[in-house]
Ligand binder design. Sequence first.
Ligand code: AVI
Length: 361
Amino acid sequence: MTIVREHSSVDLPDAYATRAGHRADLMEMLDFEPDTTSFYAEVVAGLRQPVKTLPCKFFYDQRGSQLFDEICELAEYYPTRTELGIMRDRIAEISALLGGHCRLVEYGSGSSIKTHILLDHLTNLAAYVPVDISRSHLLRSARRLACDYPELTIQPVCADYTDFFDLPPLPATCLTPPLLGAGGLHEQSVGPPRTVVYFPGSTIGNFLPDQAREFLAGVVAQCGQHGGLLIGVDLKKDPRILHEAYNDASGVTAAFNLNVLRRINRELDGDFDTDAFAHYAFYNPVIGRIEMHLVSMASQTARIGDELFRFREGETIHTECSYKYSLHEFADLARSAGFAVRGVWTDSEDLFSVQYLTVEE
Ligand code: AVI
């Protein structure tokens, strides 16, 4: 683990670079140097299994991340705009429940509108800690936020949030006893701040249930006593809505799914014929999840480096699961990891939920 003083070498629009300049020198990034070298090993291991699989984390190269941003804008893909609507409509209640004087740790990208809504409403925030595996993405968004919130202490951490990592030390201002000012001492600023993790987007749905439990137990350990988790959770619903969300008419989700083969071809010396695979996504109501696959449209062989992989016509590569929960299923999952559900906010059609969990005492 290294501590890196942020340089201004990250691409930002000029206006941002200039305005953020003085803050850039003050910001330190904690770099756990997350392992990004296992792409080949994990791809080959997945394709050697009887049911061929590829981990969904490999969707997100530069092109894949762009395509995912496009998915979030699609009329059919309800989760992003629905979660945003809940955050906008219910932010007064959400921020009241989270309370003041916390340190906010966000897993994943930290530059979105949802982050701004929270940062605009949380009072007496001790620090904002964005955590991301992509160094350049993390620094770019941290610098943007430093510009938008000049008073906020921002402590970026480059890490894989699915692995264990330490949070940076609390800013010195939180450790010295607060002075009693003319207006008196605000009760909520006494003592060290609570840690609240923010995990929007229903990315929790991309974990298998056992992995989700383990992940949530890790969050419990990270936020400790009095800590909490504000999380976006996609809900069970009419399968037709789900089907459309993962089979959009313009084919963006198909391109997103197929892009993983293009990435393998480019980065791992592969020769997948991407025209000979087709996107296939369906809702499995028994398990309660969307499954995304790539179907081989012919009997064919693909090569990655020196390894050959044979596909029967109709055989699939399972590329993603996206679990949908009922409110009580998610409460049970949260409880089994050591959390209690303190607040649940949904939209008027019960498509999506934002939930606040606290560590059980
Ligand atoms: C990132 N994740 C929550 C998305 C989902 O809905 O499971 C990924 C995605 N896959 C296809 N469309 C969107």
